[in-house]
Design a protein around this ligand. Structure first.
Ligand code: GLP
Length: 245
């Protein structure tokens, strides 16, 4: 674990690591493959990456991104869509190429989802695998939308959202009944294949689930606990989120 006094400091440190990876890959003539997350937690990292682009010339032209998840069904221009979130918080403000951006598609017909998820996995492999995967954590212990019951070998797929997750998302959708019941998410197995994983959690509301993830039994009851088995996974916390450790 890395514990910072404030979320702002933690976000700057994570953004600096990502910037270093991007520059290192650029100097080698290679692409950096980033796994990206949504939610309020990574916003500070995205703000800092935008600042580094504008003020220090950090270029995203050789960056390839794969997002973790998307609600289903979801149109890309809807207020709560993760496509919209990523554009508003990062992609619209940097020089990333649209063809290098990948976000699970919430507009598919049900019958097409399985094949789509297989292709999403294949695209990650074809890109050379994810160099660094950013994660938040939900109060159910989910990473991406891997709700309790998601096994270590789970892959990109459709999932049914937990009641607590839908309740936590209610304010974004103006009422719990408006929150989609399903989502497409990378699996735990997909996430564990990233070369490096950074899970960020801020605030006292996350302290109990963070303790389960970091110190609890490794089990499908708390998907984030599987990170304990990853050779290069870090929990980046503020004091409040580390309070129960
Ligand atoms: C959603 C996202 C997760 C995120 C979680 C926590 O469920 N699918 O990726 O980690 O929310 O959100 P927040 O960072 O706003 O607490």
């Amino acid at each position: 674990c890395r514990v910072y006094r404030h979320a702002g400091e933690a976000s700057k440190a994570v953004a600096a690591e990502i910037a270093e990876l991007i520059r290192e890959r650029q100097s080698q003539g290679r692409k950096a493959i980033l796994g990206l997350a949504t939610g309020s937690t990574p916003v500070g990292v995205y703000n800092e990456l935008v600042r580094l682009h504008k003020e220090e010339g950090l270029s995203f032209r050789d960056v390839v991104t794969f997002n973790l998840d998307e609600y289903f069904p979801m149109q890309p221009d809807e207020l709560q869509s993760y496509v919209r979130f990523m554009h508003e918080n990062l992609f619209d403000h940097v020089d990333v190429l649209e063809e290098n951006v990948h976000i699970p598609d919430g507009t598919l017909a049900d019958a097409d989802v399985e094949e789509y998820c297989r292709r999403y996995e294949a695209m990650i492999v074809d890109a050379g695998g994810i160099d660094v995967q950013l994660l938040g954590i939900g109060r159910t212990g989910h990473i991406g939308f891997n709700e309790p019951g998601s096994g270590r070998d789970s892959r990109t797929r459709m999932i049914t959202l937990d009641k607590m997750t839908r309740r936590d998302a209610a304010s974004d959708f103006f009422a719990e009944e408006n929150v989609p019941r399903r989502a497409i998410t990378m699996g735990v197995g997909t996430i564990l294949e990233a070369k490096k994983v950074i899970l960020m959690a801020f605030g006292e509301g996350k302290s109990s689930v963070v303790a389960k993830a970091v110190e609890g039994e490794v089990s499908a009851i708390v998907a984030a606990s599987f990170l304990q088995t990853h050779p290069n996974a870090q929990f980046v916390l503020d004091d409040a989120a580390a309070d129960a450790l």
